[in-house]
Design a protein around this ligand. Sequence first.
Ligand SMILES: Nc1ncnc2c1ncn2[C@@H]1O[C@H](COP(=O)(O)OP(=O)(O)OP(=O)(O)O)[C@@H](O)[C@H]1O
Length: 689
Amino acid sequence: MELFTINRYTGDQPDQAKKNEEAILQKMLQKVENRKRTKSTARLLDSQEKEEEKANTTVKDVAIESVYIAGPEENSFNNTTNADKDVDPVADETTNESSHFQVLGEDVDDSKPKNVNMVLPSWLAHPTIISTTVAPKSDATDDESSISKLRYLAPHIRHSLKEMQVSRLFPVQTAVIPWLLEAHGKPPPFRPRDICVSAPTGSGKTLAFAIPVVQLLADRVVRKIRALVVLPVAELALQVFKVFKKLCEKTDLNVCLLSKTFPFAQEQEKLVECYRGQYYSKVDIVVTTPGRLVDHLHATKGFCLKALQFLVIDEADRIMDAVFQNWLYHLDEHVRTTSDQLLSGRAAPLCFRELEASYGVQPHKLLFSATLSQDPEKLQNLRLFQPKLFTSVLANLTKFQEKFADATNNEELRRGEFIGKYTTPAELTERYCITENRIKPLTLFALINENEWTKFLCFTNSAESSNRLAFVLKSLFQNKLVIGELSASISPKERANVLSQFARGSVHGLICSDALARGIDIPDVDVVISYDLPRHIKTYIHRIGRTARAGSQGTAVTMLTQKELQQFNHLLTEVGKVLTNEITVKTNHEAEYAKPYTLALQELRRKLEQDKRLQLMRKERAKDNAKFKAKDPSKLSVMEKLQMQAFTQVGDIALNKEESQNQRNNQKSKFVKRTKFNASAGKTKEIQK
Ligand SMILES: Nc1ncnc2c1ncn2[C@@H]1O[C@H](COP(=O)(O)OP(=O)(O)OP(=O)(O)O)[C@@H](O)[C@H]1O
C-alpha cells in the first residue's frame, strides 16, 4: 500500500500537525454530540410549535428557529469571523443542514406543488389578430377592402383579380398583403421578418401569399427561380399553381409545377435550358411538393435556388410534422452554400460588399396553415428570422373583455396570450348524429336521403373503409345519386378525374380518406360528413373546412356511436368547442331498408372474398416471375424456356378469367339488386298505402 501513498509537504511541524489534528477531532466529536441534542430538541419543539405555526411561517421565522435549534455555539455564526468558518466547516454544515431541514419540511407539510405555466416566446404571445368573418357585405363597391380602392395593388394584379371575380379582399389578405409589400419596399440592410399565418380554412390564404409574391417579382430583370411554394400533396400543388398562373398572366413571370403527376424529364425540360455549357432558368416561380423538390435538387442540372427571395410553405404544420425526405435540409444546402462558404472563410469574399450581401441570401419565409403549430421547437427547425405571427385565434379573454373588445374594436385588448386553438369559419354549422356500428351505412344513407344532400363529401379513416362504404352506398342509391370514391389507393389520374366530376356536379357524393382533407378547394360543398371519428383534432378541422368556404354557408356532420360521444367531446374541448346540435334520422330506416341493406352487405362480402383471391393470385405470379427473372436467360435450358412461356400464358389466362368473372358477377349482381330493390320498394309503397 505504501507504494500508493503520496506524501506532500504541508509546511507544518510534525508536533504542531498532531496538535491540530487532535483539536479538530475534539471539535468534531463535540459537533456530533450537539447534533444529537439538536435533533431530540427539534422533535420536542416540533410537536409544540406545529399547531401555533401551522399557517404562514415566514423565512425570517425559519431562520430564527434554525438558529435556536443549532445551539449556542453555532448560533454565534453572526459573530464568527470568516477565518473561523474556514477552520470549522462542521459548524457551518450543521447550521445549513438544520435550516434546510426546516424549509424542506415546511414545504412538504403545507404547500402543494406549483403549477407551471407555459411561457410562449414574445412573437407567439403577441400576434396580429385577423378577423374570422369572411362573409361578403351586401354592397362590395362601398367596402374599404374593395379592390378598386386598394392603391397598394398593382394595376395588373387588380385586373387579374377582377377576372377571377374577386371584388374585395378577405381579412387575412387585408392584413398580410400590405404588410408584405411595405416590408419589401424598405431598402437594405433592412430585412423583412419571416411570417406565420394561422387563419381558418377557406379564408383565402392562397391569395394572401400569391398576390404579394407576384407583384414584388413582376419587375425583375433576369429570369431566375425567385419564389418556391411548397405544398404537401400533388392536388394542392396543382390548385395553387393555377392561382399563380392566373395572377402571372399579365406579367412576364413564368410559373412551373413540380409534382408526380407529370413525367420527370418533362418537368426538367420546363425548368432549365442549357446554352453553350451554361444553365439558365426558364421559370421564376416554382410550385412543388417536398418529395419532387428533393428529386430535382439531386437530379436536375442547373436547378439553382441561390437567387431565392421567397420560400412559401402552405399547410406548414403538416410539412413540419412529416419529415418528407428531410427536404428542408436539402433545400438549405442549396440555398446557403455560397453564403456559408463566404462567412466561414472557405471562399474569400472579393470585397466587404460581397460579404455583406451574403447575409441576405436566406429567402423570406412565409408559413401558412389553418392549424399552425405553436410549438416553438418545431418552428425553430425552420430558423425563422425575427418571426411575426398573424392569427385569427383570439386570446383567452373573459366574456366581458370579449364583448368590450368587440364593441370598441380595441385591437390591443384582443391581443394577449396566444392559446394555440384553431378557429373554424363563422359560417359553419357543426352537428353530430348518434348511430350504431351495425347500421352506420344505413343511417348515412337515410341522412342523405332525408336532407336531400346532393353535393357531399364523406370522410373515413382509411382507403379500405372508403372502398367498402362507397360499395354499399352505390348499391343502396342505385341510380338515384352518383357516388364516387377517392383515396390514396386510386391512381393520381383517376383521382383528378373523380375530383373534377365532383366539382362539376356529375358525381353527387364523394367517399374519401383523409388524402382530401387538407386544402382542397371545391366550391359549394353542402355538407361534410365525418363517417369515422377523426383521430386528431387537426384532421377534424381540415375535414370540416371543405365546406363553408369563402363566406358561404356549410354544415359538418360527425357520425358517432354512443361510445365515441365522450371521445369526440374531449377532442372538441381541445379547441374550446362544445357539442351542441344533434341531427337525427326521422324514418325507421332500419326496417324500411332492411332488405336492400342485407343484399348490399352480402355482395360486399362476396366482392371482398373475390378481391382477396385475386390479390393472392397476383402475388404468386409476381413471385414466380421473380424466380424466372433471377435466372440468367442465356443459361436456361430449352425445357426451362418452354416452361417459362407456358407459365406466363397460363398465368395470364387464369388471372384474366378470374378478373372477367369478377366483372360479370358485379354486373349480374347489379341487375339482381335492382330488380329486388324495385320489388321491395314496391312492396313498401303498397304497405304504406
Ligand atoms: N378575396 C376573395 N374574394 C372572393 N373569393 C375569394 C377571395 N379570396 C379567396 N377566395 C376564394 O376562396 C376560396 C378559398 O380560398 P383558399 O383556398 O385560398 O383558402 P385557404 O384559406 O387556403 O383554405 P385551406 O386552409 O382549406 O387551404 C377559393 O375558392 C378562393 O378562390
